[in-house]
Design a protein around this ligand. Structure first.
Ligand SMILES: NC(=O)c1ccc[n+]([C@@H]2O[C@H](COP(=O)([O-])OP(=O)(O)OC[C@H]3O[C@@H](n4cnc5c(N)ncnc54)[C@H](OP(=O)(O)O)[C@@H]3O)[C@@H](O)[C@H]2O)c1
Length: 313
């Protein structure tokens, strides 16, 4: 597994990160037992993945904590998060600090490498920066949080309204951004700036539903045509992205989708969320493969280069 430096943090991270949330939550959303979910984490570590992303909201911190306690916590770069909104209102500084402590307890660790404010809406951004960053700084001084991050709510903010504000500030070491072949708008709006500022980047939504399920892809493409973001008649109705396999050399759509993100300049870690060990292994192999051919990337750019209205959720 390739390793890179996560921006200004200097952390050495695997190019693939294990996402413990999303629709799968290590498979807990789809019938996995906690023991099976724990096995997914252990298998990821054995494939050379050293970056694990979880969150208070996912209900997977305990599973991750148990897996890392057995495997050696300090060999892993651990990322967790808490939302600005809590119990239907904005959380206070004191509450946030208590919530971080509770995450540490669930994760069976004294510190996390990255702590993010989770899925921050554009309207909550000023509050997050003014009110909550000082609390995170105190936790940093106490050695409980090494670096500060922020993640967007890509499904409801596919045009990056929140991160467009965050990239203007200097308080974030890392950003988690929605980016995939159907909506590459982060390239101009987020990644151009994170590269200038040496902010580490984590890519989410590489595959999600639209790039792993044919019916979801069809719905996403119909949505784009309806919104006028791609011209009607741009796709083969039966196999709209078949050219990624025939001309791109990918064996599957998820493979093409992960490779698209892996080789995007400015993206450090691509998160992959799964509850199935066979998918985990396939995805690790995909992320180790080369970039898609330039002609295929140009064709994708002609089709989706202007899209900023869908997430592929
Ligand atoms: N705002 C935020 O902070 C935020 C929001 C969303 C996500 N995230 C983070 O980003 C991570 C990545 O997002 P995501 O979990 O949605 O990841 P993703 O990798 O884009 O998509 C995962 C989905 O695709 C399926 N899948 C994975 N590999 C597959 C394969 N080879 N073939 C077919 N289907 C496959 C998974 O189902 P199976 O379980 O069946 O494999 C799962 O439903 C999350 O886990 C979370 O850590 C953060």
């Amino acid at each position: 597994m390739d390793v890179t430096t996560l921006g200004r943090t200097g952390l050495q991270v695997s190019r693939m990160g294990l996402g413990c949330g999303g629709h799968s939550r290590l498979g807990l959303s789809n019938g996995n037992t906690e023991a099976e979910a724990e096995r997914v984490v252990r298998e990821a570590l054995s494939l050379g993945v050293n970056f694990i992303d979880t969150a208070e909201a996912y209900g997977t911190e305990e599973v991750v904590g148990r897996a890392l306690a057995a495997a050696g916590r300090d060999r892993t770069i651990l990322s967790t998060k808490a939302g600005v909104r809590w119990k239907d209102r904005r959380t206070t500084r004191a509450e946030l600090k208590e919530r971080v402590e509770a995450s540490l307890a669930r994760l069976q660790t004294g510190y996390v490498d990255l702590f993010h404010l989770h899925g921050v809406a554009a309207d909550d951004y000023s509050y997050a920066r003014e009110e909550l960053v000082p609390a995170l700084r105190e936790l940093q001084e106490a050695g409980k949080v090494r670096f500060l991050g922020i993640t967007e709510a890509f499904a409801s903010d596919p045009s990056h309204r929140m991160l467009s504000q965050a990239v203007q500030d200097d308080c974030w070491d890392v950003m988690m951004v929605g980016f995939n072949l159907l909506n590459p708008s982060a390239r101009e709006r987020v990644l151009a700036r994170t590269q200038e500022q040496n902010v580490g980047t984590l890519c989410m939504f590489a595959v999600r539903r639209a790039l792993s399920r044919p019916e979801a892809l069809k719905a996403a493409l119909q949505d784009l045509v309806a919104k006028g973001q791609v011209p009607a008649g741009s796709f083969d109705a039966d196999d709209p992205l078949g050219f990624l396999m025939t001309e791109g050399g990918a064996e599957s759509l998820p493979e093409a989708a992960y490779r698209f993100c892996r080789w995007e300049p400015g993206i450090d870690v691509v998160l992959s969320g799964t509850g199935r060990v066979e998918h985990l292994k396939e995805n690790a192999a995909s992320l180790n493969r080369p970039a898609l051919p330039p002609a295929v990337l140009e064709r994708l750019n002609r089709l989706f280069g202007q899209v900023d209205s869908v997430s592929g959720n």
